[in-house]
Design a protein around this ligand. Structure first.
Ligand code: ADP
Ligand code: ADP
Length: 232
């Protein structure tokens, strides 16, 4: 579903070159929950951001459902990106908009008609357990509720892939467990492939099928969660 092929990324800033990614190759299968773990600075964000083209490789390629991003033009990339939703550590909600409007936004941007938006947003808010919060504003919600809005928004356009960028890092342990349960349900109910990055092993242990461990821009270990955690 997602394939990183020998991806390297260099950032050049003020004459300083940083090798954020070095020859990363990984394959995420359809329907999988795949975790990328590593300390801060390991290259996790850079890697996940390549999936929806917020970054592009210096060398190498990324394929989404078999389609090369390097070989795709802007229009083709826009189409590919429709199949990809993303949630964030700090939720990235629009504070001046209601919960309803936040979730509706991707559909409004796609020109979906009002009746369909209404149906879809209502269904999504019910699914994430916020059916009664549609008129609330983000600052009236708890962190867990904000992330539920983020999840509903990410799912609005029916993506095949959900990217999670430290999605539970700003949440307390109990809320983290609830959000992870929700992600598992999304994976099982809709068959959505989930790629997540985290610095917390506990997150990986709780929901991932397979995991890659990153260090200094490289994947240093990869396998099933069982393999990784049972090896000393
Ligand atoms: P992680 O998500 O694992 O914390 P990142 O992908 O954010 O790691 O960063 C990997 C390396 O690339 C770090 O050394 C970071 O400072 C560097 N880096 C990330 N983004 C940029 C950027 N836009 N410009 C310069 N350096 C960057
Ligand atoms: P804006 O942020 O542009 O002022 P609103 O948030 O007031 O817009 O709502 C924009 C549209 O979204 C409205 O036309 C309305 O039909 C719909 N909408 C907003 N909140 C709800 C809600 N709680 N239930 C159903 N529809 C809503």
């Amino acid at each position: 579903m997602i394939e990183f092929i020998d991806v390297s990324k260099q950032f050049n800033r003020k004459g300083v070159t940083t090798d954020a990614l070095k020859n990363v190759s990984l394959k995420v299968e359809p329907g999988e929950i795949f975790g990328i773990v590593g300390f801060s600075g390991a290259g996790k964000s850079t890697l996940i951001r390549m999936v929806n083209r917020l970054e592009s490789p210096t060398t190498g390629d990324v394929k989404i459902a078999g389609q090369s991003l390097e070989k795709s033009n802007t229009k083709e990339i826009r189409t590919i990106k429709r199949d990809i939703g993303m949630i964030f550590q700090h939720f990235n909600l629009l504070d001046s908009k209601t919960v309803y409007k936040n979730v509706a936004m991707p559909l409004i941007l796609q020109g979906v008609d009002k009746g369909e938006i209404d149906r879809r947003v209502t269904e999504l808010l019910d699914f994430v357990g916020l059916g009664d919060k549609s008129k609330s504003y983000p600052d009236e919600l708890s962190g867990g509720q904000k992330q539920r809005v983020g999840i509903a928004r990410a799912l609005a356009t029916n993506p095949k892939i959900l990217l999670c960028d430290e999605a539970t890092s700003a949440l307390d342990p109990e809320t983290t467990t609830q959000i992870l349960e929700l992600l598992k349900e999304i994976n099982q109910t809709y068959g959505i492939t989930i790629l997540l990055i985290t610095h917390e092993m506990s997150v990986v242990r709780e929901i991932c099928d397979r995991v890659a461990i990153m260090e200094k821009g490289r994947v240093i270990e990869e396998g099933t969660v069982f393999d990784i955690f049972s090896n000393p």
